[in-house]
Design a protein around this ligand. Structure first.
Ligand code: ADP
Ligand code: MG
Length: 247
């Protein structure tokens, strides 16, 4: 069953078409990759799903219900969670309190919120830094905190925007494990925007590729990795994307 459907979604910023008649359908339980060069409209697509921006035209349907014109907080309450490319924790609060604050999206009691936060701390391997101020966390910890905060809102669909950017190889492997566990242990469907090919190719069930806001390909990682239009758009035609399959 489809959990989210974009139907001919377009976003114009003045004369610039940032998202150009994009349509895709994500199935419940999928890890769906959204790729494209810098400035191709990936983050804008997420901002349209969350209604940070109003679509110029097209429809967005979540679990059978049109959400195109719903407010950001309503969409969150329906079960769409997300992370941000530029991570902004509440710097003076501890890691745990940042997650507690996010938990209040669904929990009304402090104890309930605290319990959810502790569960997500363990899920995202943040135990050792739970009582540190979020502002002092290195990048890998900040990215995991961002995921934990999104999970604490109890989404059924999670939009991950470049959560692996800036990580070293061992941190990357840890991030890949966490993302796989989000689906397998929490049962959450994922749409992931990621530049790091090793991540996107190894965890996506299907990939949707865009360039200049418009769709250029959709298929399995193997299909997309050998699509000449994708390779050309991405990196120039001599780039071998297939080496990242099952990396
Ligand atoms: P990506 O995430 O794929 O790198 P973005 O979605 O951030 O790309 O940006 C797509 C295009 O839309 C870019 O040309 C960007 O400059 C433009 N854009 C994004 N947000 C805005 C905005 N709020 N106002 C005007 N232009 C924007
Ligand atoms: Mg972006």
């Amino acid at each position: 069953m489809s959990i989210i459907t974009l139907d001919n979604v377009t976003k114009n910023f003045g004369g610039l078409t940032a998202v150009d008649h994009v349509s895709f359908e994500v199935q419940e339980g999928e890890i769906f990759g959204l790729i494209g060069p810098n400035g191709s409209g990936k983050t804008t697509t997420f901002n349209l799903i969350n209604h940070y921006f109003q679509v110029s035209s097209g429809k967005i349907i979540f679990k059978g219900q049109e959400i195109t014109d719903k407010k950001t907080f309503e969409i969150a309450r329906l079960g769409v969670g997300r992370t941000f490319q530029v991570v902004k924790p509440l710097k003076r609060l501890t890691v745990e309190d940042n997650i507690v604050a996010a938990s209040f999206a669904r929990e009304s009691s402090f104890n309930g919120a605290r319990n959810v936060a502790r569960e997500m701390i363990s899920f995202c391997h943040l135990e050792e830094v739970a009582h540190q101020k979020a502002g002092g966390l290195p990048i890998a910890g900040r990215k995991r905190l961002e995921i934990a905060r999104a999970l604490a809102t109890r989404p059924s669909l999670l939009l991950l925007d470049e959560t692996a950017a800036g990580l070293n190889p061992s941190e990357l492997d840890e991030a890949i494990d966490i993302i796989k566990n989000i689906r397998s242990k929490l049962g959450i469907t994922i749409v992931i925007v990621e530049h790091i090919m090793k991540v996107i190719m190894s965890i996506s069930d299907r990939i949707h590729a865009i360039a200049h806001g418009a769709t250029i390909a959709e298929g399995s990682p193997a299909e997309v990795a050998k699509n000449p239009t994708v390779i050309e758009a991405y990196l120039g035609s001599d780039y071998n994307m297939e080496r990242f399959l099952n990396a």
